[in-house]
Design a binder for this molecule. Sequence first.
Ligand SMILES: Cc1ncc(COP(=O)(O)O)c(C=O)c1O
Length: 405
Amino acid sequence: MNVPFHRVECDGNELSYLKEVLESGWLTTSRFAKRLEDGFVEATGAKHAIAVNSCTSALHLAVEAAGVRPGDRVLVPTLTFTSTAEVVRYVGGEVVLCDVDPGTGLLTPAILEETLSRNPGIRLVMPVHFAGLAADIAGLTEVADRHGVRIVEDAAHAFPARYPSTGDVVGSADSVACCFSFYANKTITTGEGGMLVTNDDDVAARARLMRLHGIDRDVWKRFQDPGPSWRYDVVEAGFKYNLPDLNAAVGVAQLERAESLREARQRLADRYFAGLGNVAGLDLPPRADGRDAHAWHLFTVHVRPDASVDRDTLSERLAAMGVATSVHYRPLHRMSFWKAQSDSRPESFPGAERRWEGTLSLPLFPGMTDAEQDHVCTSIAAVIGSDAPLIEIPPPAELPAGTVD
Ligand SMILES: Cc1ncc(COP(=O)(O)O)c(C=O)c1O
């Protein structure tokens, strides 16, 4: 049996909404993008939602709207996808990498306090709600406020999810902005896409302006308002980040099912806890406070140093058994580009180093069958539980495609 790392199932209204777009005579940003934005305002409780063509675009718009300018220093957790940091470079800022908690992979208020005390002059911090588990935004905000630092949340993994302690929906906090991803393997997808949400009117106005070339008529209003669409002014050198309706139509259908998709992930996560709880040398990921709090974008296990095999061997043996896995992430301080930009000494990132050495992400997607998941669990037990695999390893077949992020 081959179990892919991810497989999208578009078994809601995706096809009928797409048909509507195709038959409408207008394929780019219009009614469905607006519907998706309205849906996010409702789902997160944030005042504004701005649909864009990726989470990277949303993060860029957020950092720009936060006023980060050339030379400004921005704190980014080292355990993240490169997008979180690269957008700081887009605006000429300097990336300062910081450590994370080894158990959760999250930036904690204590780590933030310690890092800000050592690094004066940080302007912005970008916590990542890693794997779908939200960071302690109340605690982070308290520390950041005391140091005069603003927050942009990277919630690429975390829709829908809830903050610990308050139980509020991720996206509702008073940070500069919170950015979601609709990339192909995310909890809801548009193929490529993203959403910026904010409670700040000025940030929303700036992000809307910069989303479409710095044109003073919003992408949506330009084609809805009376008067010719050519009657606009260009007031900034903006970007081309709008989300086409072709993608938004899929997003609206996915959003309708977001809670049931999350429940399916939760059920599979529970099955992993049951199926892998007794595997020696394997630590399972932290759970959230409430049952509906974790988005379960990723299920990351940790292969302890005392396990019978190391992470790389486990991953290779699982691949030979038809089970695709991934690693989230090789920390940025280990990546060539970021090494040259920031402090990259492993001893500066003990939490991320500990986590990276043993972490492995297992397949987890709503359409995964129990048989597929059982195959993952028995394969892991077979590899880790003894030196020789207990179940027959089929000859290397064509493996399912992996993903980069
Ligand atoms: C933590 C994190 N931030 C940002 C991104 C960028 O998302 P997108 O591909 O929508 O630009 C990703 C994508 O995987 C991610 O994992």
